[in-house]
Each structure stands twice: as C-alpha cells, then as structure tokens.
Design a protein around this ligand. Structure first.
Ligand SMILES: Nc1ncnc2c1ncn2[C@@H]1O[C@H](COP(=O)(O)OP(=O)(O)OP(=O)(O)O)[C@@H](O)[C@H]1O
Length: 245
C-alpha cells in the first residue's frame, strides 16, 4: 500500500481553545475513509487541515512523504486534491459548463474537455441534464454535478464534507451506490466526513471516529461498527439502533 497523506501531532486552536488534537493519522492510496463523530467533534476542521485549506496551530502534514502546509503547497500538489462540500456552490450556468470549468482553468484543448465532460456526465447518469441550468436541478442532481465536477479533475485525494446530508433517503442511496462504483474504477483516495452511520457503512472501507477533537477509534469500518471500544460504544450503538428500526 502507498501512503499518500500523514498527519503528525496535529493541533488546532481557536482563541486559546484546543479544537483538535490528532497524534497520528495516515491515508493509504485507493482507500475510502470516513470521519464520523458527534456534532462539534471537529470533523470539518480536520477535513480543512487535511485538504490544506487551513493551517494547524502546530504539527505536520506530509503529502507523499513530503512536508507540506497550506502556505507551502505547490499548484501541482494542490491539483491532486479536490474538495466537495455539502453546499455544492455551483456556478450560475449549465451543468456541462460547471463540470467543464476545472479543465478550462487547466487549459485543456476544447475537444478534450468536451470528451471528458461527456464521459463524466455518463458516469454520473446525468447526460440528459447537460444543457440544464444548475439552478433548475433537484438536490440529488446538483450533488451529482458537484461530485462529477470534482472527479473529472482525477484527484488523488477527494475530500468530501457531508455531500449527501441534504438528500432524501432514496436519492441518497441511489447516489451513494453509483458513486461507490465510480470510485472503485477510478481508484481515488477519499476522505469523507459524515454524521450518518448508514452513509459511512455504505461507502467507506476505513473509519476514524472523532470525539471532542480526538481520534477515539480507527480501523476497518465494519470492524468498528461491530466492535466499538469503550469510548465509541454509546455513540456507535445509538446509531446502530436507528439502522435496525
Ligand atoms: N473559526 C472558528 N471559530 C470558533 N470556533 C470554531 C471555529 N471553527 C470551529 N470552531 C469550533 O470547533 C468545534 C469543531 O467544529 P467543526 O465544525 O469542525 O465540528 P464538526 O464535527 O464538523 O461539527 P458538525 O457535525 O456540527 O458539522 C466546534 O465547537 C466549533 O464551534
């Protein structure tokens, strides 16, 4: 396995209050990782640090074993990391143009952009929406565009913050199923923040449980769900009780 990202002694403070304290965390290439924990546990903060959108108060991050920070990251390294958030923040134009925008910035030839956009429209089952204005999309359709826009850039690491949380249950399940097969063929490493055990169980291989800014348990998702430790047991078991209703 190839390690692509490592965090050592990562701490993040706001106004003297320690919000995160992560001793060690490593991501291997091609794995889908979940970060789950209660409200306010620090999940979004951790995602921002690991995607180099924000800098830790102290500690180090290594991308492909090279020490990198939000301040020193090169354009080449930055382009290997994509981020998609809950609010899809789509541009005021068509689906096609939204998915094409990253490739245009990278100045790919028009013909190649068209071919790639068509390919990703097809993968996300939204070819019929290509000419539709994004403001006329449903929540599920908009999230497909959001994910296609990130995946077309073929990132090594895709960081997702609650991308499915606003979707109704059947829409969410359909999108997660499609997304899972897309990820399996792309080999992308994914870091996925969620507060929903069903999403995490459906999508991730490995899971980090974050509570009060600290990693309380990490390991294969199925193993953690079946064997929560004394710190995570009540949190996981509460979620499991909802899933078996
Ligand atoms: N810029 C900031 N200024 C002040 N407090 C902050 C800031 N960013 C985060 N926090 C605090 O840090 C803690 C962790 O926030 P964060 O959003 O990372 O948690 P989370 O696990 O993603 O929460 P949720 O599940 O509710 O989205 C919270 O108590 C939050 O209020």
């Amino acid at each position: 396995m190839t390690e692509i990202l490592r965090a050592n002694n990562l701490e993040f403070e706001v106004l003297g209050r320690k919000i995160l304290s992560i001793q060690e965390m490593a991501l291997e290439k091609g794995q889908v990782y979940g970060i789950m924990g209660p409200n306010g546990a620090g999940k979004s903060t951790l995602l921002k640090l690991l995607s180099f959108l924000d800098s830790p108060t102290s500690g180090n991050l290594f991308f492909h074993e090279e020490k990198v920070s939000a301040k020193t990251i090169t354009l080449e390294q930055r382009r290997k990391i994509a981020v998609a958030l809950q609010q899809s923040l789509l541009l005021d134009t068509t689906v096609f143009q939204n998915i094409a925008v990253g490739l245009k910035i990278r100045k790919l030839p028009r013909k190649e952009i068209k071919e790639k956009v068509n390919e990703w429209l097809k993968k996300f089952n939204i070819t019929h929406l290509a000419d539709k204005h994004v403001y006329k999309l449903s929540g599920g359709e908009a999230q497909r565009v959001n994910l296609a826009r990130a995946m077309i850039l073929e990132p090594e690491l895709l960081c997702l913050d609650e991308p499915f949380s606003a979707l109704d249950f059947p829409t969410k399940i359909r999108l997660i199923d499609d997304f899972k097969s897309i990820l399996a063929s792309a080999g992308t490493t994914v870091l996925f923040v969620s507060h929903d055990l069903l999403e995490v169980k459906s999508l991730t291989d490995e899971l980090f449980i974050l509570m009060d800014g600290k990693l309380m348990q990490q390991g294969p998702t199925e193993h953690i769900i079946e064997n929560p430790n004394e710190c995570t047991r009540s949190f996981i078991n509460e979620w499991k009780s909802y899933l078996t209703i």
